[in-house]
Design a binder for this molecule. Structure first.
Ligand code: FUC
Length: 346
């Protein structure tokens, strides 16, 4: 039996319609996303009783994606994370968090209508999203061609491949900002267990900007080798944890291996997700700063600890580690990274 790709228009808009695509495998797992921002709106997986539910946060209405204030499920670029004073070298970027830039600025990739090309194979369903970002877009140098491939296979793995190339030296750090809740929103994430080989976290100042220093994870609440409940992070009195609203909202550096891994488990539903990436780092964000102003799909609660984001990425130049890729890319260099999410039961 062939894998399926379904398609519907969910909002007619004078500029461009919002189209929704669903990749569905033969076991009933599915991933839905929009042409706008490549935004993931649903990932349907079964719990231990075989009930399929959506394990990512989504807004109540399609119109909300035109703004997407929480960056729910969106592709993030050109540069994920915060850029101090919205300045890179001699380039002045568009600021959108006080003087700083967050997640590519107000016209970042989450606001882009991507071109979509669907490809159905026997054992996977694939969609290729492409975007051409002009020299000077948002203040960034270089004409940039970006291609993101979303693929769901018959073994319940969803893979994101990022590829890009610029005609000038520039900065680039691509990720996806899905908010996961393995209980499908019926509880917060404080009883979810997180396991990863974290080597260090980037120290943050009051504005969550990196100070340039790495803090070793060993023997701190950021050591997650044997797994920790997220509740421990929320209740920790570690200065870095309190600073960002009690919990994780930090750039974690992996102990490097060929594929770096993060595992998330929810005992009550039995769901488990394994994230593997070629990227050297990931921002782990427990939605500590999320408000409840923007309504979510019925059955989903917003606010602190509503979900967790695992934003795999590169590291900023200010935190340079020899041998690891930073945000800086050279003219005509091939930017490539892959992150996969495998869904199953514990
Ligand atoms: C994450 C966090 C930020 C921010 C954003 C919406 O990437 O690092 O603090 O709140 O998401």
């Amino acid at each position: 039996m062939k894998m399926k790709i379904l398609h519907e228009t969910i909002l007619k808009h004078p500029q461009q319609n919002i189209e929704k695509y669903t990749l569905q495998n033969t076991q009933g797992y599915s991933v839905s996303f929009l042409n706008l921002g490549g935004t993931i709106t649903s990932i349907m997986t079964p719990d231990q009783n075989g009930n399929f539910e959506n394990i990512v946060l989504a807004y109540e209405t399609a119109e909300q994606y035109l703004e997407n204030p929480y960056y729910l499920g969106a592709l993030i670029g050109r540069v994920a994370g915060r850029i101090p004073n919205a300045e890179l070298g001699r380039y002045k970027l568009e600021a959108n968090e006080g003087e700083h830039q967050l997640h590519g600025g107000p016209h970042g990739f989450h606001q882009v209508f991507w071109n979509v090309q669907t490809v159905e194979h026997d054992d996977s369903a694939e969609v290729i999203l492409t975007h051409f970002s002009r020299d000077g877009d948002g203040g960034y140098p270089g004409n940039l061609e970006v291609q993101v491939t979303y693929r769901l296979d018959c073994d319940n793995t969803f893979t994101i491949d990022y590829e890009a190339r610029s005609d000038q030296d520039t900065w680039l750090n691509l990720t996806n900002h899905a908010y996961f809740n393995l209980s499908a929103g019926s509880r917060n994430i404080l009883n979810h267990k997180l396991t990863m080989n974290s080597e260090a976290i980037a120290e943050f100042d009051e504005d969550s900007l990196p100070t340039g220093k790495w803090i070793p994870a060993k023997e701190t609440p950021f050591e997650l080798k044997t797994g920790k409940l997220l509740r421990e992070a929320a209740e920790s009195d570690h200065e870095q944890m309190v600073k960002v609203g009690n919990g994780f909202d930090h750039l974690f550096l992996f102990e490097q291996s060929e594929l770096n891994q993060v595992t998330l488990e929810d005992e009550e539903s039995g769901r488990k997700m394994v994230v593997q990436t070629t990227d050297p780092a990931a921002v782990i964000y427990m939605a500590n700063k999320m408000d409840t102003k923007h309504p979510l799909k019925s059955g989903q609660a917003g606010g602190p600890y509503a979900a967790i984001c695992i934003e795999t990425q590169r590291i900023p130049e200010s935190l340079l580690i020899p041998g690891l890729p930073t945000h800086k890319i050279a003219a005509r260099e091939e930017y490539r990274s892959r992150t996969s999410f495998t869904f199953g039961l514990s």
